[in-house]
Design a binder for this molecule. Structure first.
Ligand code: NDP
Ligand code: MG
Length: 389
């Protein structure tokens, strides 16, 4: 029997991280955790270090690291900051790095891992949205694989059988539509963070849950798909599918549609990415055909969900557009969650930021990081000028 694949898990204490740990526990013969990170949740990370006898952990938040310093289990080394995250991403013994941190903070460790020739199971979509061109180049240069772990992209990856998109007409990303699928624009304008954090199907971290409610998440995913599958935006469609069972479709040139289906749990995608091309029994219940159920589909409404329209516009504008969209969205979501702006101001903040910034072609990664920082400043000022709901 072959050695277990050695896994580094960045963002181990989050929603994806917690699901990944369930998979790691279920398949010790195939997967071995060798390093893990959290931002400030030291208690959970120390427990993970203990349970998996980790040699390396990292807390990116400096205060949290200081507080945890005296409590680290014997044999474990505690790293810190974004430099620590990058060190974990290039660990000599690692075979695959699961990037499950939230936001553009995922970009640097993703690039570091790919640069070191490590396969990357990429759950973090913001890395590809902000710096897709450079992430794909890093993978090409080292020959490392990017294993799509976002459920829709993992579905497309599965539909392609790991093969190319040569005979693909288009892909159709499914979207749950979030908790406000049937709400009027007027009603949506008054949405509270508590309401936006109640997703009908998925249990996820707060940022992506709000992104699902605005459908910015699907916009980010269209951009993510553009890079992962090298398809032009007009060949990446979105269909609303409230049950979240069909995780995306590939339509081939002959008109045949192939989909990947599983219940709405991220473990199917995470496990597929970590074990690829191998498979093993899953950790969650499968679709139950002994009971009647229906799957519905409808087009997305770009009027009521302007974030999806704006993401497409940012992608079409090209250059720094997607990086600006992403940074402005991160700022706006945080402001909304802190009750500083209303729900409709999320799209307004993104739109004004895109209008304000110059969306030229980036020459290198520094241009991406600079645009990200500048877009955060612009979006913070725009958000500041908006009223709470
Ligand atoms: P969570 O908020 O649940 O978890 C985020 C993780 O990243 C935590 O471990 C957190 O540590 C850590 N973290 C937070 N901020 C930083 C930072 N600035 N630098 C480094 N690490 C940080 O997020 P999710 O698990 O929901 O999402 C993670 C990523 O996966 C996102 O990019 C999301 O879009 C994507 N994704 C998530 C899905 C889901 O079902 N949740 C589905 C598809 C994609 P701490 O706990 O200490 O704060
Ligand atoms: Mg997704």
């Amino acid at each position: 029997m072959s050695e277990p694949r050695k896994v580094v898990l960045l963002g181990a204490t989050g929603s994806i991280g917690t699901n990944a740990l369930r998979i790691l526990r279920a398949h010790p013969d195939k997967l071995q955790l060798v390093g893990a990170s959290a931002h400030s949740n030291a208690n959970d990370l120390l427990q993970i270090a203990e349970e998996f006898a980790l040699k390396w952990i990292c807390l990116t938040d400096e205060d949290a690291r200081e507080q945890a310093a005296g409590k680290v289990p014997e044999g474990t080394e505690l790293l810190s900051g974004s430099a620590g995250l990058e060190e974990l991403a290039i660990l000599e013994e690692a075979d695959v790095v699961l990037v499950a941190v939230v936001g553009a903070a995922g970009l640097s460790p993703t690039l570091a891992a790919l640069g070191a020739g490590k396969d990357v199971a990429l759950a973090n979509k913001e890395a590809l949205v902000a710096g897709g061109q450079f992430v794909m180049e890093a993978a090409r240069a080292s020959g490392a694989r990017i294993l799509p772990t976002d459920s829709e992209h993992n579905a497309v990856f599965q539909c392609l059988g790991g093969g190319s998109t040569e005979q693909v007409e288009k892909i159709i990303l499914t979207a749950s539509g979030g908790p406000f699928l049937d709400w009027s624009a007027e009603r949506m304008a008054k949405v509270t963070p508590e309401e936006a954090l109640q997703h009908p199907n998925w249990s996820m971290g707060p940022k992506i849950t709000v992104d699902s409610a605005t459908m910015a998440n699907k916009g980010l995913e269209v951009i993510e798909a553009r890079w992962l599958f090298d398809l032009p935006p007009e060949r990446i469609e979105v269909a609303v599918h409230p049950q979240s069972v069909a995780h995306s479709f590939v339509q081939f040139v002959d008109g045949s549609l192939v989909a990947q289906l599983s219940p709405p749990s991220m473990t199917f995608a995470i496990q597929h990415a970590l074990l690829f091309p191998d498979r093993a029994p899953g950790v969650d219940d499968t679709v139950d055909f002994t009971q009647p159920f229906s799957l519905d589909f409808q087009p997305a409404d770009l009027e009521r969900f302007p974030c999806l329209r704006l993401a497409r516009e940012a992608l079409t504008a090209g250059g720094l557009g997607p990086a600006v969209f992403n940074a402005a969205n991160e700022v706006a979501v945080e402001a909304f969650l802190e009750n500083r702006i209303g729900f409709s101001s999320i799209s307004r903040t993104i739109e004004r930021s895109l209008e304000t910034m110059e969306l030229r072609e980036p020459n290198d990664l520094n241009d991406i990081f600079a645009a990200d920082a500048e877009a955060r400043r612009v979006a913070t000022a725009v958000a500041h000028s908006q009223k709470p709901s």
